[in-house]
Design a protein around this ligand. Structure first.
Ligand code: PEP
Length: 256
């Protein structure tokens, strides 16, 4: 839909020191033009340790690149050694925070109750969650991928208002397609993204469903981005591996 500006977000995962991060964003900014930023919103999601450096570069050069974090604590402050609060991220100028990435769900045993608390913390600090949902391979094989993904969505968004949902970003990331080179077909992506939008309409109303952005994530590259972006309910991509190469990420931003 023309009303929803496409978002291409690069999830760097655990890559790049703060110095490498600066070099990478400089390279990206050198390639991208005003026309690109007008057509597509561009965001990078560095590790915590590089966010301050990215902020300094983006602010100093007035770059139209948004940035954010890959995770957040559900708590505002306190005795939570090693954690980072939403308030701390907001203070660094973060626009986005990934919540519920499958690697967090898997390696850190994050459940939907915790993810719901993190979504609320991010919204409470006036940033936008990029909420990740999606099924593992065995669920896909059983044919219950829509039901599974909508179950995560319901739990992760419990208690939110229509207004809060309207500004959300949701990323449909089938676990079997993340970092595997196995990309969902555009039809697979559309099937679940459309089901997510229909569920948002049911639970939060048509206006919220029309305005929330739904991304696809899972082995997106420049040679498959165009096909995925043709689907009516896919509003962008959450890009892992391919976002680590500035030229390749720029080609994804310029999908056609
Ligand atoms: C991700 O980590 O969100 C992701 C989609 O990774 P990749 O693009 O490498 O599959």
């Amino acid at each position: 839909s023309p009303a929803r500006k496409p978002l291409m977000a690069g999830n760097w995962k655990m890559h790049y020191t703060h110095l490498e991060a600066i070099a990478h964003v400089q390279k990206l900014a050198f390639i991208l033009s005003e026309a690109d930023y007008e057509r597509v919103e561009v965001a990078v999601l560095p590790p915590f340790t590089a966010i301050r450096s990215v902020q300094t570069l983006v602010d100093g050069d007035k770059l139209p690149i948004r940035y954010g974090a890959q995770d957040v604590s559900p708590y505002p402050s306190g005795a939570y050694t090693g954690d980072i609060s939403a308030g701390m991220l907001a203070k660094l100028g973060c626009s986005y925070v990934i919540v519920g990435h499958s690697e967090r769900r898997h390696y850190h045993h994050e459940n939907d109750e915790l993810i719901n608390a993190k979504v609320r913390a991010v919204i409470g600090a006036e940033m936008t969650p990029i909420l990740c949902v999606g099924e593992p391979l065995d669920v896909r094989r059983s044919g219950r991928h829509v039901e599974f993904t909508l179950g995560q969505l319901d739990a992760d968004l419990a208690g939110l208002s229509a207004e809060q949902v309207a500004s959300l970003v949701i990323a449909y990331e089938p676990v079997w397609a993340i970092g595997t080179g196995e990309v969902a077909t555009p039809k697979d992506a559309q099937e679940v993204c459309a089901a997510i939008r229909a569920r948002l309409a049911e639970s939060f109303g048509d206006a919220a469903a029309r305005s929330a952005r739904i991304l696809y994530g899972g082995s997106v590259k420049s040679d498959n981005a165009g096909g995925i972006m043709e689907e009516p309910d896919v509003d962008g991509a959450l890009v892992g591996g391919a976002s680590l190469d500035a030229e390749e990420f720029a080609r994804i931003v310029r999908y056609d």
